[in-house]
Each structure stands twice: as C-alpha cells, then as structure tokens.
Design a protein around this ligand. Structure first.
Ligand code: PMP
Length: 428
C-alpha cells in the first residue's frame, strides 16, 4: 500500500471492516473526515484529566481547562494565518456564517451602537437595508446562501449571486454584479460539489473596489490546501473542525480584528459581558463577545490538536498528494462511458471533491452499489441544490479525498464504478 501523508495507522476507524468483512474505503471526507488518535486522545484527556469550567473557576481544573482552550485557539489561528483574537469558536461553519448574518441584522435593527467602536471601524459598515445588496454565488453550500437570504428578508436588502461556467467555476464575467450597492460578498473557497477553487483574489478585489466586506466559506479548503486568511485578504471566514480531522460540534469564525471589535453580539448570556445591571449590559471584547454560554471545550481542544497534526504533516504536502490522487481519479472517470463529472475535469485549481452523474443510474443506487463493495461516498444534493440546478441534475454521487486515502483505494473505487452501469443493465 502506498504511503499517505497522514499515516493510516493514526486513524483507528480506517482499520475496521464494513459489509461482509470488506476493508473500509472511506471516500467521504468532504462530508466529514476521520480523526487521528492524537485528536481522540486530546479530547479524552480533557474529559478525564482537566475538565473544569473555562474562565469561571478559581481552582486548578478551571485553570487547566482555560489554558488548554486558549492554547487551542492559538493553534487554530496559527494554522490559518490569523491572530488568536481573530478566532471565534462556533459549532461549525454553519453557526459561524449565521453569527455574522445575525450580528449584521442587529446592526441593521439599530443595535450597532451596542458595542463601542473603540478602535476605528464604524459598526454601520454592517448595516443593510432596502437598496443594499448581498452577493453570493451559485456554487455555495446552503449554509452560505440561506443565512444571507434570510438577512435580506429581515432587512429589505437584495440578494444577488455570481453565476458559474460550464465546469462549475465562478464565471468572472458576472463579477459586475458586485457594484456600489454591495455591502457584503459571501463565497466559497472550494465548492463541496465541483471541487473548484474560487478566484479569491479577483472577488476580493471587486469587493474592495466598491467598499464591500468579504466572507469566505473555507470549509472545504482549509483541510486540503494551505490557507492564510491575511494573505487572501478576506474580512471573515468560516471553517469546521470535523472536516479537518477534528471533532464534530466545533468550528471557527475568522474575522479581521478591527471588524470583530466593531461587530455587535448575536447571542447573549454568560461569559460575553463586561457589566450587567438590570437596565443595561456592556459587552466583552472579541472573541469572548461571540462565545455566549458554555462552549464545547473538549472539542475546541480536539480541533486545536487537529490543526497541529495537519501543520506537522504540512499542508503543502497534503495538497500535492491529494492533487495526484485527484488527477488519477479524474483521468479514469473522464474516460468512463456514462459518467459525467460535475466540475472541472482537469486536476488544476481544484481539490479532490469529485461529484459525478451516472447516466441511467440514480445516485442512491450508485452509493448503495459502492457501499456493497466497502466504499463510502456521498449521494444526494450535498446541501448544494443551486449548483446541481446549474448542472441540470437533482443529485449526484461524490467521492472526496482525505490525506489518508491511498492510490490503491482510488483504483479500487474506479474499478468498482466501472461495473455500476453493467450491474444496473444500463450499458450503451
Ligand atoms: N460550507 C461548505 C462548503 C460545506 O461543505 C459544509 C459542510 N458540508 C458547510 C459549509 C457546513 O459545515 P457544517 O455542517 O460543519 O457547519
């Protein structure tokens, strides 16, 4: 078996067998990735050795838990080129996106002054109303469409979107939809369907030119390619722990420090305040301002460990390796009769999330057939119906790679897929 950048022995689950004792071939990392022992151990150590309320107690456990929680924030921040106070814990990308959308409607509802704009940015940059525009793209996961649709419905702003070309890449000829009315451009770094890497620099430039903010959904990029949010120049970004070898229930919002300082909170309660009287409350500085209540502390520590694990392997190395596997998969799939790739057919400027339609066979049947061979893939619309509408299909099958997948697994997947149309008797 070929060497993988993330040693397979690090991942206990990869040793298990599935149907009829077949080895597990896990090609669903785009949905959720598997976790190395180190991450499992970090979570367990928190639960068995250090569990205490973060930033609330005067005892040793509370101190250890608080330190580990903040260390994890530093680890995650270092992983994506940010300062620790630019990382807000969230339950995942979905919550991180909703956080900004709801904070923006709080400004729009007149609560922009609930935080003092102590250092610079006027909170009213977040205010949207009739005549204002939010721009997204047709390539988005629902998590990066619906919060903005709802923000528009609450405030009277208008939602526009960038369209896609035949390969599912963002069509730069539609960039003029970002105009002087645009307040925010929310777009994905990598599509969870097509695997296409977005032209971040061009979109950020178009947004900056008109004074609009940018929000990058980095859920599918952070686990697979080197990412530095400062270098990319985006204002906000979201990513999830469970897609980057970390636990579920944890993710992060990145926000440029001065923007987070000007953003009002969207959830209210313990640990996010300075002073509370019965009449009035003043709010803590970020990131605490956005972490109301008791957070998933052990999970945050697990996500920090995942960031360190990936950093030690090297994201360059992972990106190169996964590109090679993607090239191999695409080279076979593009030659296979009855298979249509929903995304770029070449390996450049894309990742290893490869969605495809099988002529004459429903994705659920494809998924079940592959499952009978021990291969786990995703079927359905992958929470991205608009891009499927663009490709003219309701649903698809998606194989998606992780740093533990082998060349042999890719070849086995390709061989198995080659049988699917014969099995369902739809061969030409
Ligand atoms: N954006 C993209 C591109 C995704 O792939 C996903 C998860 N499939 C999400 C957002 C939502 O992530 P989560 O469910 O972890 O909040």
């Amino acid at each position: 078996m070929s060497a993988t950048p993330a040693p397979r022995g690090d991942f206990p689950i990869l040793a298990r067998t599935v149907r009829r004792g077949l080895p597990l071939v896990y090609l669903d990392s785009g949905a959720t990735s598997q976790r190395p022992q180190r991450v499992l151990d970090a979570v367990r150590a928190m639960d068995t050795q250090h569990n205490g309320a973060v930033k609330r107690g005067a005892h040793l456990l509370a101190e250890e838990a608080s330190e580990a929680y903040e260390r994890a924030r530093e680890q995650v921040a270092a992983f994506i080129g940010a300062a620790p106070d630019e990382i807000v814990w969230a339950s995942g990308s979905t919550q991180a996106i909703n956080l900004v959308a709801y904070a923006m409607s709080n400004v729009s509802a007149g609560r922009g002054d609930s935080v003092e704009s102590r250092r610079g940015v006027d909170p009213h940059v977040f205010s949207v109303g009739p005549g204002d525009v939010i721009v997204t793209t047709r390539a988005e996961h629902h998590a990066n469409i619906i919060p903005w649709q709802e923000l528009c419905l609450r405030t009277g702003a208008t939602l526009r979107w960038l369209d896609l070309d035949a390969e599912g890449r963002i069509d730069l000829s539609t960039l003029d939809r970002i105009d002087e009315h645009t307040k925010l451009v929310a777009f994905t770094h990598v599509s969870n369907v097509s695997g296409a890497i977005s032209p971040v620099a061009q979109i950020v430039e178009a947004a900056r030119k008109v004074g609009a903010l940018t929000f990058l959904d980095a859920c599918q990029s952070v686990p697979h390619i080197p990412v530095d949010f400062h270098e990319l120049g985006v204002d906000f970004a979201a990513f999830s722990g469970h897609k980057m070898l970390g636990p579920t229930g944890i993710g992060a919002l990145y926000g440029r420090a001065e923007l987070l300082r000007a953003l009002p909170p969207y959830q209210f309660g313990g640990s996010m305040i300075e002073v509370v009287t019965m009449e009035k409350t003043t709010y803590a500085d970020p990131p605490a301002r956005f972490e109301a209540g008791t957070m998933p502390v052990a999970q945050a520590i697990g996500m920090g460990e995942a960031a360190v694990y990936l950093t030690e392997i090297g994201m360059d190395k992972i990106a190169r390796y996964e590109a090679e596997l993607t090239r191999r998969m695409l080279a076979s799939l593009t030659k296979m009769p009855g298979i249509r790739i929903l995304g770029p057919e070449g390996e450049s400027n894309r990742t290893g999330a490869v969605a495809f339609a099988v002529d004459g066979v429903h994705p659920h049947d494809v998924g079940q057939f592959l499952d009978s061979k021990g291969i786990a893939v995703r079927v359905g619309h992958h929470c991205a119906q608009p891009i499927h509408q663009h490709f003219g299909v309701f649903a698809s099958t998606r194989a998606s790679l992780g740093p533990y997948n082998t060349v042999e697994e890719v070849d086995y997947f390709v061989e198995s897929l080659a049988e699917v149309r014969r099995y369902f008797r739809v061969e030409d």
